[in-house]
Design a protein around this ligand. Structure first.
Ligand SMILES: [Zn+2]
Length: 283
């Protein structure tokens, strides 16, 4: 059984990763064109054909004054074989004693469908009626306003935003953007045109939630290893370099919405090569 929820503390903040689906993926997709042996070794796998655990999840952050979500995961859908906690984000949230009305705001790393799913509930109503949804302006324009975006799921993404736009619940921003005293959106485009990661500071602790700049921790080590999904590889490479430098400088804990619950690590750099040290949650 995969872990489907986990909670830890960063300064004054309680952070919970909430799974909306724990499953597996073929590493070929996440490390496109990378030498098979090199990839298998870096991932610590025995065989080239081994699958790796993969999650669709959201993070709940509870501060003394507000509660927010990082992404809204995959959303309501039919049960999927080989996927635990499928479409159970709201159940995971209620297990934390939090109801959708309690969410003050949502920040979106980007608008791929598996990060906006629960913007609407199973009845296609707004799930978080009191929440402002923050999205970078270039990301929002790409999906909502730009006719040249021919992504096959564009209309489904737009449908997840239409009621929020009509209800004035969307706020866009440009570049790096401080949302509140704890949270800064770091502009890291390349996976999509306006992708951002979330940098969270409280006390003397720091957390970076890396979104799809790193589908897997090894993307932070091998910053030129790309998933098939990256929209612009040179930009995605530059974004990974930018966020890795920030994570090293701030000694941040790094984690990701697609990483198994709770995968937490520290990144370090020596002579231009990067290393991860994973944090044992059972200590
Ligand atoms: Zn994703």
């Amino acid at each position: 059984m995969a872990k489907v929820t986990g909670t830890f503390q960063i300064g004054d903040l309680q952070i919970s990763q909430l799974s909306d689906g724990a499953t597996f993926r073929d590493p070929k997709i996440l490390f496109d064109g990378v030498d098979e042996l090199e990839r298998t070794k870096a991932l610590g796998l025995e065989n080239i054909s081994d699958l790796i655990p993969f999650n669709f999840s959201s993070f709940l952050v509870e501060s003394p004054t507000s509660k927010w979500l990082v992404d809204t995961a995959y959303g309501h859908r039919d049960p999927e074989p080989d996927t635990e906690s499928c479409a159970e984000l709201l159940l995971r949230l209620s297990e934390k004693g939090v109801e959708p009305n309690d969410i003050d705001f949502v920040v979106h790393s980007h608008l791929h469908y598996d990060h906006v799913g629960w913007n609407l509930n199973k009845d296609d109503e707004i799930t978080f009626p009191n929440a402002t949804h923050f999205v970078s302006e270039s990301e929002f324009d790409w999906w909502i306003n730009y006719a040249g975006n021919d992504h096959p799921l564009k209309e489904k993404v737009q449908a997840k935003f239409k009621p929020l736009i009509d209800n004035n619940q969307v706020q866009t921003f440009v570049g790096d953007y401080k949302v509140n005293e704890y949270l800064t959106m770091i502009y890291a485009p390349g996976h999509t045109p306006g992708h951002c990661v979330q940098l969270i500071d409280s006390g003397n602790e720091s957390l970076m939630i890396v979104g799809d700049a790193a589908h897997h921790p090894q993307h932070l080590v091998h910053q030129n290893w790309h998933p098939i999904f990256d929209w612009d590889r040179p930009q995605a490479f530059a974004a990974r370099k930018k966020i890795a430098a920030i994570a090293v400088e701030k000694n941040s804990i790094v984690t990701g919405v697609h990483w198994p619950v709770l995968t937490l690590a520290k990144l370090s750099e020596k002579n231009g090569s990067f290393q991860l040290e994973f944090i044992d949650q059972n200590k």
